[in-house]
Design a protein around this ligand. Structure first.
Ligand SMILES: *Cc1c(COP(=O)(O)O)cnc(C)c1O
Length: 538
C-alpha cells in the first residue's frame, strides 16, 4: 500500500495531495505521487546526501516526519490497536511487500519510506494508553524531540572536545539526582549507562574494587571467596553481574521476603552470619526500591543498619522505584536511600523518558574514575589545552557512549521536578484505581491483598469454571493455564497488552504496571473488561 493512504485521515488531504497514477510508471505497487522529481534521481543510485541535495534532504525528512506524526497520533487514540501481531515466520516470509531481505542494488527513497511505515505498522505501540506490558511505556513528545536532536548531533559521550554541551548536561543531571537522593555536595558521582542491568553491574564492580582495589590489575586470584546478598524478588541483573564479574552465581545468597515481596532484615542478618561462619566473605548487599513484579520496597533503613554493622556496600536498585523520589507524596517509601553507597535509577521507566536512560549514582566521589579509568592516550591526552577534568568518559566501562542525557534534560526543563512528581502521582492513582476495581469484582482476585505501594498490580482472572473451586493444587493447575491463553487471544486481538508470570509457588498471574501518563481510568476499565471478555469461556 502507498504510505500516504494511512497518513491522509490524520494529516488531511491538503498535505498529501495525490497525483495521478501516471507519475510512477516504474513502481506498479505504490501508486502515489513521487516525493520529488529530483529526489529519487539524486538518491536512487547513491543514497548518500549529495552536497547540493539540500532540497531533496528536506523533502525526504519532511515525508518521514509525516509518517512518524501519523504513527504518533494514532498511538494516542485509545480505540486504535496496540499491535498488529504476526508470527516470526510471517514477518520473515514478507508481508504485503514488506521484506526484511537486504538487496544488492540500492532501493529508491520512496521504497524506504514505505519500509519505514511498515516497520512501525508491524511493531508494538508502546506509547498507547492501553499498553501495560512493560515498565517502560508512553511516548513523551518532548523526550522524543530530545532523542531526535541527539541523533542529529550524532556524537559520543567520551571527551569534552567532542561533547562539550552534553558532558556538562550529564554533570548537571547527576548532581541533581544525587541531591534528590539526599547526598551532600561533597558526595555524589555517577555516569549514565545503557540500562539498569548495566548500572547494577557497575555497583557490584565498584563494591568489589572499593574493598579489594588490587582486583583491577590482579584479577580474582588470591581473593577470598566473595559472596553478595540480594532478595529473592530482586531483578535478575544482580545474578548476571555476579556471572559477568567472575564472582559466580553460586556466590549469591538470596534473602527471603515477606508475602508482600519485601526483604526480611532478620533473614539478611542471619544469612550474613551463616556465610561468615562458613568462611565466606560478604561484601555487597542489594536492596530493591520497587521490585519488578510486585513493586515492593525493601526496608532501606533496616538494611542500611545491617550493612553499617558489617561494613558492607549497600546498593539500592531503584531502577523502577527511583521516579517516586520526585513525588512528595510517595518519596517516603524510599526512606534511607541516602545511606546507600550506590543507587541505580532508570529515568526510562517511571519518569517516562524514551529508552534508554539509566544512571548509576555513587556516593563516594572519584571511585568510578579510579575503578574504571584506563587513560587511553588517543582520547584522554593529559596535555589538552582545556580543563581535562571534564573528559569524564573514562569513568565508564564503555569507550563510545550514546548520549542519553539530552532528552532527560529537555524533559526536566519542560516539566520541572514538580511535573515529574505529578506524573508519578497520576500513575500510582491509576494503580490504586485498578486495585479497587479488582477488589470489587468477583471474577478477579488479587495476588496479595494490600494497597499497591508502586504502580504494580498483580492479579488473577477467574473464569466461571474456577470461581467455585476450593483452593488447592487442582485449582492452581487450572489457574496456571488461564493467563497464557488469555494473553494469546489478547495478542491476536491487539487491543491491549499486559504481561503475566508465575512467581515462587504462585500460578501464572497478570502484572499490570503504569508508567504512561496518557493512561486514564477508562483504559483501566477496558483492560479488565477485555480480559474477562477473552477468558470467560475458559
Ligand atoms: C527493569 C529493572 C532493572 C533492569 O533495567 P534495564 O534498564 O531493563 O536493564 C533492574 N532492576 C529493577 C528492579 C528493574 O525493574
Amino acid at each position: 500500500m502507498d504510505y500516504r493512504e494511512e497518513l491522509e485521515p490524520v494529516l488531511g488531504d491538503d498535505k498529501l495531495a495525490r497525483k495521478p497514477a501516471e507519475d510512477n510508471e516504474n513502481r506498479g505497487k505504490y501508486n502515489g505521487r513521487r516525493i520529488a522529481n529530483d529526489l529519487n534521481s539524486i538518491y536512487s543510485t547513491d543514497l548518500l546526501p549529495a552536497r547540493d541535495g539540500e532540497e531533496a534532504t528536506k523533502q525526504f525528512l519532511q515525508e518521514l516526519v509525516n509518517i512518524l506524526l501519523a504513527y504518533i497520533c494514532k498511538s494516542m487514540k485509545p480505540g486504535s490497536k496496540v499491535l498488529d501481531f504476526h508470527h516470526p515466520h510471517q514477518l520473515k516470509e514478507g508481508l504485503e511487500g514488506f521484506s526484511l531481505d537486504l538487496p544488492d542494488r540500492p532501493e529508491n527513497l520512496e521504497q524506504l519510506l514505505v519500509d519505514c511505515q511498515d516497520t512501525l505498522k508491524y511493531g508494538v505501540k508502546t506509547g498507547h494508553p492501553r499498553f501495560f506490558n512493560q515498565l517502560s511505556s508512553g511516548l513523551d513528545i518532548v523526550g522524543l524531540a530530545g532523542e531526535w536532536l541527539t541523533s542529529t548531533a550524532n556524537t559520543n559521550l567520551i571527551t569534552y572536545e567532542i561533547s562539550p554541551v552534553f558532558l556538562l548536561m550529564e554533570e548537571v543531571l547527576l548532581q541533581k539526582m544525587c541531591g534528590i537522593i539526599g547526598w551532600s555536595e561533597e558526595e555524589g558521582d555517577g555516569v549514565f549507562s545503557p540500562g539498569g542491568t548495566m548500572s547494577n553491574l557497575y555497583s557490584v564492580l565498584l563494591a568489589r574494587f572499593h574493598r579489594f582495589p588490587e582486583v583491577k590489575t590482579k584479577g580474582m586470584n588470591g581473593l577470598p571467596r566473595l559472596v553478595l546478598f540480594t532478595s529473592e524478588h530482586s531483578h535478575y541483573s544482580v545474578k548476571s553481574s555476579a556471572a559477568v564479574l567472575g564472582i559466580g552465581i553460586d556466590n549469591i545468597i538470596l534473602v527471603k521476603c515477606d508475602e508482600r515481596g519485601k526483604m526480611l532484615p532478620a533473614e539478611l542478618e542471619s544469612s550474613i552470619a551463616s556465610a561468615k561462619a562458613k568462611g565466606l566473605v560478604p561484601f555487597y548487599v542489594n536492596a530493591t526500591a520497587g521490585t519488578t513484579v510486585y513493586g515492593a520496597f525493601d526496608p532501606l533503613n533496616s538494611i542500611a543498619d545491617i550493612c553499617a554493622r558489617h561494613g558492607l556496600w549497600m546498593h539500592v536498585d531503584a531502577a523502577w522505584g527511583g521516579g517516586l523520589l520526585l513525588s512528595s507524596r510517595h518519596r517516603g517509601k524510599l526512606q534511607g536511600i541516602e545511606r546507600a553507597s550506590s543507587v541505580t535509577w532508570n529515568p526510562h521507566k517511571m519518569m517516562g523518558v524514551p529508552l534508554q536512560c539509566s544512571a548509576i549514582l555513587v556516593k563516594k566521589k572519584g571511585l568510578l574514575q579510579s575503578c574504571n579509568q584506563l587513560n587511553a592516550e588517543y582520547l584522554f591526552q593529559p596535555d589538552k589545552q582545556y580543563d581535562v577534568s571534564y573528559d569524564t568518559g573514562d569513568k565508564s566501562i564503555q569507550c563510545g557512549r550514546h548520549v542519553d542525557v539530552f532528552k532527560l534534560w529537555l524533559m526536566w526543563k519542560a516539566k520541572g521536578s514538580e511535573g515529574f512528581g505529578a506524573q508519578v502521582n497520576h500513575c500510582l492513582e491509576n494503580a490504586e484505581y485498578l486495585y479497587c476495581k479488582i477488589k470489587s469484582r468477583p471474577d478477579f482476585e488479587l495476588v496479595f491483598n494490600s494497597k499497591p505501594e508502586h504502580s504494580n498490580v498483580c492479579f488473577w482472572y477467574l473464569p466461571h469454571s474456577l470461581r467455585s473451586m476450593s483452593p488447592g493444587p487442582e485449582r492452581d493447575r487450572r489457574l496456571h493455564a488461564v493467563a497464557p491463553k488469555i494473553k494469546a487471544r489478547m495478542m491476536e486481538g491487539g487491543q491491549t497488552m499486559v504481561g503475566y508470570q508465575p512467581l515462587g509457588d504462585k500460578a501464572n498471574f497478570f502484572r499490570c504496571v503504569f508508567s504512561n501518563p496518557a493512561t486514564q481510568r477508562e483504559d483501566v476499565d477496558f483492560l479488565l473488561n477485555e480480559i474477562a471478555r477473552l477468558g470467560h469461556d475458559l
